[in-house]
Design a protein around this ligand. Structure first.
Ligand code: 3PG
Length: 210
């Protein structure tokens, strides 16, 4: 099934952003997140294991909707598609990624942090964006400000989002979900502290808005 950006951003109010060192660990994490109630995850392409992890989850645990993060160029995008990613997130927006997205079926969710970048997204019919790095570029205030001129644009703020501030973002009409590493930090994953991750997932889902 091919999802669009809107469907991806509505799967869960929390999208775990994950950095993994090996694919088996990623598969275990996917199961833990899913059992805890989160069925979407972004695996960053920052580590060598990222693509293999996406492929493993896509093939062996398809209940988890897995996508690629840190997609910075068209080769990353193509690698993500070939690994079975259901979506791609980028920290930024470039013409080459926009062009590539038009040739691909999985949705491209670009990172934006300014009005001009949102306008570039909009000109190319990209109405769903990541705000990155959310807390540093203005957090809730900048999203409120963007709501005026850009009422049709939906955001997934990522970068500095955590249990304590996620609901400030999710309370906004133009925010569909938030992304972050607080749910399953690379440290906890590496140490296989899956019970602790389950606890954080449960704590987060117990209070999350939306
Ligand atoms: C990232 O770039 O790693 C993501 O934006 C997650 O940021 P965070 O670690 O602040 O949640």
């Amino acid at each position: 099934m091919i999802l669009n950006a809107n469907s991806v951003m509505k799967i869960s109010p929390i999208v775990p952003v994950v950095v993994v060192d090996n694919a088996n660990e990623a598969l275990d994490l996917a199961k833990v997140l899913y059992e805890g109630g989160i069925s979407v995850m972004e695996i960053t392409l920052r580590t060598k294991a990222g693509l293999e992890a996406i492929e493993k989850i896509a093939n062996e645990f398809p209940s988890m909707i897995v996508g690629a993060g840190t997609v910075c160029d068209i080769q990353d995008y193509r690698n993500a598609v070939n690994s079975g990613s259901k979506f791609v997130f980028s920290p930024g927006i470039t013409m080459s990624l926009i062009q590539e997205s038009k040739n691909q079926t999985i949705p491209f969710i670009p990172g934006v942090s300014s009005a001009s970048e949102i306008m570039l997204a909009k000109e190319n019919d990209l109405t769903h964006c990541k705000l990155f790095p959310a807390s540093l570029v203005g957090g809730v205030d900048i999203l409120k400000a963007f709501g005026g001129p850009f009422p049709g644009i939906n955001f997934c703020p990522t970068g500095g989002v955590n249990l304590n501030n996620m609901n400030d973002f999710l309370a906004l009409d133009n925010v569909l979900c938030v992304g972050g590493s607080w749910v399953s930090s690379s440290k906890l994953v590496k140490e296989k502290k899956f019970k602790e991750i389950t606890k954080i997932v449960q704590e987060s889902l117990a209070v999350v808005l939306k």
